[in-house]
Every structure is written in C-alpha cells, then in structure tokens.
Design a protein around this ligand. Sequence first.
Ligand SMILES: *Cc1c(COP(=O)(O)O)cnc(C)c1O
Length: 432
Amino acid sequence: MKFYSTKRQAPETDLKEAVLRSLPADRGLYMPETLTAMPADYWANLEELSFPELSFQFANNLLQGSVPAEALKEIVYDAVNFEAPLVELNEDLSCLELFHGPSLAFKDFGARFMSRLMSHLVKGEDKTLDILVATSGDTGGAVALGFYKTPNIRVTILYPSGKVSLLQEKQLTTLGENITAVEVDGTFDDCQRLVKAAFLDEELSNKFNLSSANSINIARLIPQAFYYIRAFQQRKDKNRPVAMCVPSGNFGNITAGLMAKRMGLPIEQFIASNNSNDVFFEYLKTGEYSPRPSVRTYSNAMDVGSPSNFQRIQDLYDASVEAIRKDVKAYRFDDMETLTAIKEMKYRFDYVACPHTAVGYLGAKAFHQENPDHQVIFQATAHAAKFIDVVEDTLDESIEIPEALEVLQNRLKVAVPMSVEFEDFKKYLLER
Ligand SMILES: *Cc1c(COP(=O)(O)O)cnc(C)c1O
C-alpha cells in the first residue's frame, strides 16, 4: 500500500516512511492510496467476529500486505485487549464507551496500536526512534502508557501548562524511563506548532530519527476505525439507520470513522459535536474554513482552533462542502450547555459523563430531534474521573475513581518547563 500527501507536492511513500516520518515535506498529511471496500461477507458475518478479529481483518484489508498478516494479527490482538461496550440509555440513544483502556480515554486505541506497529517497523535498526507529541490532554497519557518501556523508542510529550486536568498531567509526567514531559507556557496550538516546526527543521531531522505520535500520524488513525465497526456490530435495532456522534477537536477520531464508511461501514450519518472551538461547525454552515486560536473550555481535549485532520476530510471528499454535508452534520455547544448536559445525563439516565462525552450526548440528542428514525450512538471518549473536579462540582456529589487513576494521585510530577519559542525547544532537544 502506498501513501500520498493530501497536498500532493511530496512523493508517495510506503507504510514505514508514512508512519515514521509522520508528516510529508509539503506539510500535507499522509493518506492511504486506496480505501478498498471490505468484502460483503465481512459485514454479513460481522456478528460472529470478536473485537480483535474484526479489527485485524479490517486493518489487513486496509494495509493490503504492508505488514505481513501474521505480524499484523499479533499487533492488533495485543493492542485491542479491552472492550468498547455500547451502553443503552434509551431506545434511541446509546453510548459507546471508549475509556476502558489503560489511560481511560479513546486515545489508547491509537497509541497502543501505533507503539506496536512502530516497534515492528524499526525492528533490527540500531538508532533510537525519537517520538515528539503534542497533547491537549488525553493524547499524552495514552502515548506515555502505550510506549512506556518500548525498546529503542524515546518519547517527548509537549503539553500546555495549566490547561490539562491534574490527573491528565499525572499520567504524562510521572512515568519516567523513556517518557519525558515538556510543560509549555502556551496553548495546545503552540505545542502542536513546536512539534511541526521540529519535523521541518533540517538540523534536528539530521541528528535525530524523529517521529510523531499525534493524530496527524496515519498509524493513530487506522485503529480508531475499529471501534466504529464494534459499535455498529452491537447496534440494538438491525432495521434502523445508525448515526454516530463524535465529540471532536482535532478531527482524527471522526476521520477514521469516515474512512471506515468509505470501506463499507454501514453507518449512515456522522455527527461532529464541537465545543466553543467551532471552526468545523462554521465551515459546514457557511462553506468558509476560518481556523482561529483555540479558547479554553471544560472539554479541553477538544480545544483546537485549527484541526489538523480537516485536510484529510477535505481530501476524502474532494474539497466539496456539499459532499461532506451529506455524510456529516455538525453541532456546537458552549460550557454552560455542557454542564447542564452532565446533570441531565445523571438525572435522566443515572449516567456519569465527562465533559467531552456530554458534548457528544448533546450532539446526539440534537440530531435525533431532527431525525427521529435514526438510532444514535455517541462516543464516551474519556472516563468521567479524568475530569473529576468539574464533574463533581457539577453533580455536587463525589464520583468513583478507578484504580488506574487512584495510584497516580501520590506520584511525583517531573516536567521540563518550556517557552513557546521554537529556538528554545530546539536548543533543549539538541542539548539534552
Ligand atoms: C482527543 C479527545 C477528543 C477529540 O478527538 P479528536 O480526534 O481530536 O477529534 C475528544 N474527547 C476526548 C476525551 C479526547 O481525549
């Protein structure tokens, strides 16, 4: 399988280069050359497949031999070792829980698959692979846990100071070993800019074997398609159309779903639910795409003012806003609405949701009011306890903390302070 850049100004590459380079030289994003439809009997016999098996068959068809089937099977089975259960709220709405992995957010799917794939791709090489990753909150923890102690791979995580939750910060600053946290005095967009600049810097690329673990990396995207298929498999009513609502920030998650749809996944409608960082919502409404600086919200992992994967969505639909509108609806909700939704979900369904999940719920509810024939699934992208302060304040009661987070409370934070200037970051990388 070949991979091309969405900007078409860089040469096509194979899987290894697309994954390890992460970003083509023309600043586009890699996409697989073809999205081959799954054979009809895959969908017909879907009920019989386990989660890792349906994931493996999908990945194997997508990658078309780029990884030998035996090796790919091992990677997928090892990565997808936790469930994505569909929890029914009522006959119209259900919630796809994506937080049963080690960092308690959906990004575990991407990080676990990617670490194992990268490890496979660099097998037998002697130079350390240096992974740089910017996080708005949840990527950092998932990548830290996904790559912890992976041989020959060193990970540097940039996060915006004071803009991630205490527990998120603990997840990425307390592991040590091959994981380093860099605390940037700026926003997520600053972190992302520093990482992108590092990749385009000649001196750094010559000295280090640099790679990225952000959602711009195609290896993160592929495994995010798996749980869309798992969700569809668990749908309650086999005769009703399915809509999937995705609380969206950098748009990697929903892009993976749209790629699966292109490969035959029978989910009829996708819904992108935005917080006040609503450039995609505005784009669908007006046809104009105007990225702008992000603003801070309670659903901080979605505080993205310039979503990277917008390029991939444009590419999938030949830059036709009409074509995108057919498959994707968008909604936008502010912080007040988010908090009200957290309360509503608790009182109506006895369901405790994190702020991102609440934004997803609101999108699902709004879509359902306009399309009552659909059964709507929304994604619970993180465990509520990862955002314990805002959830407990909102519900005015204490919530249960899973053990994976409990053990972090007393660990010591270790992070390297950093300005938003690229020269400072570069100096740090060269001298450490
Ligand atoms: C990353 C994240 C999102 C946004 O996902 P994108 O792929 O960036 O659109 C939503 N919710 C949570 C909890 C996240 O960690």
